[in-house]
Write a protein that binds this ligand. Structure first.
Ligand code: AMP
Ligand code: MG
Length: 470
């Protein structure tokens, strides 16, 4: 179960001090709202601010008998701000480096050693004194060998050279390396035919010094960063425990792919996309089989998923009579907003079920994915403190030059699917398939989304903001 301190508080912040005395309660409502009441002053000071752009502010009766405010038709920024009142719980664990790949650092990692630890050679060859090698053809006496992991090499003096392997310590007295290819050995003598280079010496700590922080908190441990953690001497890493995020599709018409379809049925696809996006964001996806459009089934399923850290539903959040996720959240959950000024992806809601954050994503396949990219992914990243550059992310904001006119959307941020390609140092964007929010093929045929501000189209040749989907 979740710590009340992380999940209960954001909800408490949203509450008004108005109590409806005779609200019918569900069987397990007794457990709700038992957390400490915030003093009225604090409640008022932490209430969300309602800016002028809010279209409508609705009031919803809650099963706990209190009355939070639900905002309707919010901007994307506001939606994220409201969702972050109920962040994903963050816990950490320590794991051995060998299973750290793909995890996210919960603490910065500093180097336990200088890197390199000692001056060493970047080449197989001979360690020499530059002053001995001014003329091609100089002959030097070989006084020893410096090997990796071996004894420290002997000191060299004028007229001497020491055989050296890549990575082996530089002998005292030497200040340059001659590549083996530029030498000729006869007995204990070596003739220097090429140049002696100081640049072939890798200097102690030229990469990292002891104590230097090279991997900040929130870093996604890629193969390179996990190798760097090893270079710095860390056999274990403290990482963010993978939060469990439930993924639940809703709709009577949905059938899992691979089975026979009956009349009126379609293949369910959203949960597959959403679960893989959840995993890409460093979380564990708990895919549940899709729920029918029934209040009882939805209630039971949501209850069974409420011990996850968050729930993502898809479908059932629009205006229709059978949009039961919206209805059950309005009647029995705690909603903080419904509908975003976004196209596609207008209908989502956010709230909590049994204290568990819940995103009600649209059923239209493109809309559910797009809303994950622009709202759920940033919510996960901000909740868990991912590093903006080094943390897991699904998209990159870029400027693209449009190759054709694209229309915007009245009053809404418009996320048209675009194909982005790089040509002559510039990112160019085109559209290809039909842009319907049910057309999943459009998400594969394109690799980006426009960020056209409300009421703004884009003309061919114009440079606009876009999200490049990674
Ligand atoms: P809804 O939001 O429930 O009204 O669904 C909108 C559209 O998306 C309908 O055409 C649904 O059949 C379709 N849809 C809903 N959920 C899914 C899903 N999980 N996979 C594929 N299509 C879906
Ligand atoms: Mg539906």
């Amino acid at each position: 179960m979740h710590a009340a301190s992380t999940k209960g508080l954001p909800l408490m912040r949203m509450r008004l001090e108005i109590v409806w005395p005779n609200i019918p309660k569900r069987h397990h409502d007794q457990q709700m709202n038992t957390g400490p009441q915030l003093p009225t002053k604090q409640v008022q000071s932490t209430l969300p601010q309602y800016p002028a752009h809010t279209l409508e502010v609705g009031i919803t009766l809650q099963r706990g008998g209190v009355c939070p405010i639900m905002e309707k038709g919010v901007t994307l920024d506001r939606a994220l701000e409201l969702a972050l009142y109920s962040p994903l719980s963050k816990r950490t664990e320590t794991v051995p480096l060998e299973v750290g790949r793909g995890r996210i650092l919960a603490k910065p990692l500093s180097s336990k050693v200088d890197d390199p630890r000692f001056d060493n050679s970047a080449m197989d060859g001979f360690a020499v004194m530059t002053s001995d090698c001014a003329n091609s053809g100089a002959e030097l006496t070989i006084v020893g060998t410096s090997q990796t992991g071996g004894q420290l090499p002997p000191r060299i003096t004028a007229g001497e050279a020491c055989r050296i392997m890549t990575g082996a310590p530089l002998p005292e007295g030497a200040d340059a390396i001659v590549m083996v290819e530029d030498t000729e050995v006869r007995g204990d003598k070596v003739t220097i035919n090429g140049s002696a280079r100081t640049g072939y010496i890798r200097k102690r700590a030229e990469n990292l010094s002891i104590g230097q922080e090279a991997l900040p908190t929130g870093t996604h441990l890629s193969s390179a960063s996990i190798a760097l953690a090893g270079t710095m001497g860390h056999g274990e890493v403290e990482v963010i425990q993978k939060p469990k995020i439930a993924v639940l599709s809703t709709g009577d018409e949905l059938v899992q792919p691979g089975t026979e379809l009956e009349s009126g049925q379609i293949y369910e696809s959203n949960s597959h996309a959403l679960a893989s996006l959840v995993e890409s964001m460093g979380c564990e996806a708990v895919r549940h089989e899709s729920a029918n459009d029934s209040m009882d089934e939805l209630r039971a399923t949501l209850d069974s998923l409420s011990d996850c850290d968050a729930i993502l539903t898809s479908g059932g959040v629009s205006m229709g009579e059978w949009d039961l996720v919206r209805k059950i959240m309005e009647e029995e959950g705690d909603i903080s907003f419904w509908r975003i000024k976004l196209r596609p992806g207008g209908p989502p809601l956010f709230g909590t079920w049994e204290g568990t954050p819940l995103f009600g994503l649209p059923g239209n396949p493109v809309s559910s994915l797009v809303v994950f990219h622009v709202l759920v992914a940033p919510w996960i990243a901000k909740s868990l403190g991912y590093h903006p550059e080094m943390g897991p992310r699904l998209s990159q904001k870029v400027s693209v030059k449009l190759e054709e006119n694209v229309s915007g959307a009245p009053g809404k941020l418009c996320l048209r699917r675009i194909r982005i390609r790089s040509e002559n140092g510039q990112l160019l964007a085109t559209t290809h398939t039909h842009q319907g929010s049910g057309n999943m093929h459009s998400m594969v045929a394109h690799n980006g989304l426009t960020l056209l501000p409300p009421d703004t189209g884009g003309k061919a040749g114009e440079v606009i903001d876009a999200l490049w989907l990674l």
